[in-house]
Design a binder for this molecule. Sequence first.
Ligand code: AMP
Ligand code: MG
Length: 402
Amino acid sequence: MRGFRERAEVADVEAMLLRRVAALAGETVETIGASGRILCERISSPVAVPAFDRSAMDGYALRGEETFGAEAYSPLRLRVIGESLPGRAFAGTVGAGETVRIMTGAPMPSGADAVLMAEDATVDGDHLDIAAPVPPKKNVSACGEDVRAGDVLLEAGRRLRPQDLGVLLSTGIAQVLVHRRPRVDILVTGNELLPAGAAPQGHRIVDANSPILQALVDRDGGEVVRRDIVADDLDTLRAAIRGCAGDAILVSGGSSVGKEDFVPQVVGELGELAVHGIAMRPSSPAGVGFIGGRPLFLLPGNPVSCLCAYDFFAGPSIRALGGRARDWPYRSIVLPLSRKIASESGRVDYARVRVVDGRVEPLMISGASILSSTTRADGFVIVPRDSEGFSADDQVTVHLYG
Ligand code: AMP
Ligand code: MG
């Protein structure tokens, strides 16, 4: 077994990924199914919404100016000459002394410019008595009140919300250009692995990594196209990696410098092993390669390392492929530490912590195989490369898993 001669700096690996992993091209999809997708381009409205003046109330459409001077003891009498319903406009014109019964959302009849609320109307057969002025524009939603033609509706990079679909569709935009969701292959290596869903047997353990990775990819807007267990065998591994057709490839296990760690060799053969060994804990046996221009992430088999290496390198890249921000997807809070976190200068540490009574309690820095430490933890604190850790009462940033 050889050791790692030199380890890459976390920041250099991040900078390299920033340079080499860019958003995939866009695809046109139906607006109606595009919630959660990322827009490729700015969208402006081709039309005004509403496209016509409409009533904001149930009531009576009239000529506002006519009502000036109307009072309780000298009401204005108008004749009701028809009605305007949503989608069924009144065909005529409202003339002097006339009014039209109107519903909320119905087009304003020509001639009328104000609406008297039904609650304020005194109706007498075909006549209406107005006891107070209704100024022009009262209770009328003007054409373009919601959206004007040419208004910018949404910017490029927008993650579409459910209500965005409603706004787009209300302007007649039935299709949108969104970033393609990155397709991701997940290979987990290890002769000892049983598929997720099996019970552990003898010395064989159940694959914990591929289900974690699948959920992380899903969180990051990717689509898992393959999830396979691969034996620790050079030819099998080579064939498995060759068979990956996704936009990014995740390989768990076999990434270190042990006898059965074939992944770095195969990546070097089939493409480029750009990084192998990173100055961090856990996850130091992680790496990054490129095969046919597509990034491949070597994730150590120890589950905490696998999760950590994914979150540092694979996650941001998968988000970037899909047009999303690379930033941590975790909410963060700043709180004082209850006990010190010791680290070594020269590497980045990923310390699992709990938040108890407003203070940050370190759980573990080492223990890459103790997956339950990430379940007991509320989140993690990153100790930067040049730091020897934090002292009790230092304010630290906690990235919350939840
Ligand atoms: P490796 O990186 O292949 O040397 O694996 C390091 C440790 O992680 C070994 O104890 C493996 O059994 C364990 N391991 C590897 N892959 C997985 C997995 N998919 N799920 C859970 N543990 C794993
Ligand atoms: Mg292994």
